[in-house]
Design a protein. Structure first.
Length: 248
């Protein structure tokens, strides 16, 4: 009886240790029956892992002012430009991703080799003189056959259309803008997230302060979610570990 109780205590202790070490599991247990919480609005530069972008820059050019001229070097219009141009400004990114790829490959290869080497007669005689031994008709016989066949195909179709507001987090020396935006939408018990980041040229920003996602350099676009539905669609932690460890 004591052995059974000690085993139960060890099992309970192991389960408690697993829960304590797994913060994600604790958060999930604490939020049972509740909706996913929205993240607080924060500056992207204070996020963990944020690093200023460093890119090769051209030599700086000094501004030239012409007397009695209404035009100033670097200006894009006579009147004030309302488009984003400095840190903290907001612009709208029109995310439009329509990808479709169809690839099909087939390879087939085969090879067959056969080698025979021998002597039928030794100077017109079927036997070797002196030792009176029959001459072998084949000294060496070798056969080899090899074949390989492979097929592969890719059929992918993706489409994403949405808008998200982004904030200018950095102005590079050549005038390009580093932007980053995040959008969270909660529907019942499921949270949808959209993250956009990259480098844009001020010239590519349209007059209504919007820009297409296709004009973002080093674009990083992530669309996903978290919540009860997403959690059910994911395999359990133990299954994921076994998928990595097991070779079969």
């Amino acid at each position: 009886m004591s052995r059974l109780s000690s085993r139960l205590q060890l099992a309970a202790a192991a389960a408690v240790a697993h829960l304590v070490s797994n913060c994600a599991a604790i958060d999930r247990i604490a939020s049972i029956g509740e909706q996913p919480k929205l993240s607080a609005v924060e500056s992207p530069t204070t996020q963990v892992g944020y690093k200023p972008v460093q890119m090769p820059m051209p030599a700086p050019q000094s501004a030239v002012y012409n007397p009695n001229s209404l035009w100033r070097t670097g200006s894009r219009a006579f009147f004030k430009d309302q488009r984003a141009h400095q840190v903290g400004d907001i612009l709208t990114v029109k995310v439009k991703i329509t990808d479709k790829a169809e690839i099909e490959n087939a390879t087939k290869r085969s090879r067959a080799n056969k080698e025979d080497s021998g002597v039928d007669d030794f100077f017109g005689k079927k036997k070797i003189p002196i030792i009176n031994t029959s001459i072998p008709t084949k000294f060496i016989t070798a056969d080899s056959t090899a074949s390989s066949e492979g097929q592969g195909s890719v059929n992918r179709s993706e489409e994403l259309k949405t808008n998200v507001a982004a904030v200018v987090t950095q102005v590079l020396p050549n005038g390009n803008l580093v932007i980053e935006g995040k959008q969270e939408v909660r529907v019942n018990y499921e949270m949808r997230e959209l993250i956009v980041g990259g480098i844009v040229r001020p010239e590519d920003i349209e007059s209504d302060n919007t820009i297409d996602s296709t004009k973002i350099a080093q674009a990083r676009i992530a669309y996903g979610g978290r919540g009860q539905i997403t959690d059910v669609q994911q395999p359990r932690y133990g299954q994921q570990v076994l998928d990595i460890i097991l070779p079969f």
